[in-house]
Write a new protein. Structure first.
Length: 203
């Protein structure tokens, strides 16, 4: 039961990171869909015709706005949880080499977010195609180092690629997200794993 619970928590945390990473895009898509369909922004009753109009013109934006709200709440909770786990169960390490990777967030925005802004969201087909494409991006995202490349996280946290040694004194490498913008080699910190070679850290 414990293993299953931990696996479920990890999966939810990964989705939360994905959703908050794409939250600016989701918000822009929702705004674009609402702005492109102003003629239907009124109460049309509760019937099949009205439901079809809503599904065609506003279902995607409704879903995305719900995802944004829940993911932001989830991110606050999970970051609090990670801080607690790092304090209580984190591994003390010594940094050997530090390479700042904050600039990758800029390339991430250009490569993965901006192209979606030029799509049209006026038909069920276009909306379904967008959802399918986002689903594929999600599968790639959660199994890669993109997991920690998050424009919202960079407002408070920094992303580093680090070489470090733990109690075993065996050199290791990984991606680290930490609320410190001035990490240097030989610093002592505590880390907690959030995925393969992905870590959350505290000074």
């Amino acid at each position: 039961m414990a293993a299953s619970s931990q696996h479920s928590l990890s999966g939810l945390f990964r989705f939360t990171l994905f959703a908050t990473s794409y939250a600016p895009l989701f918000g822009l898509i929702a705004f674009k869909q609402l702005n492109d369909n102003p003629d239907f922004l009124h109460w049309g009753g509760f019937n099949l015709v009205a439901l079809k109009i809503w599904a065609t013109n506003y279902l995607l934006s409704t879903i995305l706005l719900i995802v944004i709200a829940n993911s932001l709440i989830g991110l606050i909770y999970f970051l609090h949880l990670l801080r607690q786990r790092t304090v209580n169960n984190g591994n003390p390490i010594r940094l050997v080499a530090v390479r700042n990777r904050n600039s990758e967030a800029i390339g991430y925005i250009g490569s993965y977010i901006i192209p979606f802004l030029f799509q049209s969201y006026k038909t069920l087909y276009e909306n379904a195609a967008t959802v399918l494409l986002l689903g594929l991006v999600y599968q790639i995202y959660i199994h890669s180092t993109l997991l920690l490349i998050n424009p919202l996280l960079t407002l408070r946290y920094s992303l580093y690629e680090v070489d470090f040694k733990d109690a075993s004194a065996v050199p290791k490498t990984g991606m680290l997200i930490i609320n410190n913008r001035y990490l240097e080699a030989d610093d002592l910190i505590r880390i907690y794993p959030v995925g393969p070679r992905l870590y959350f850290g505290l000074v």
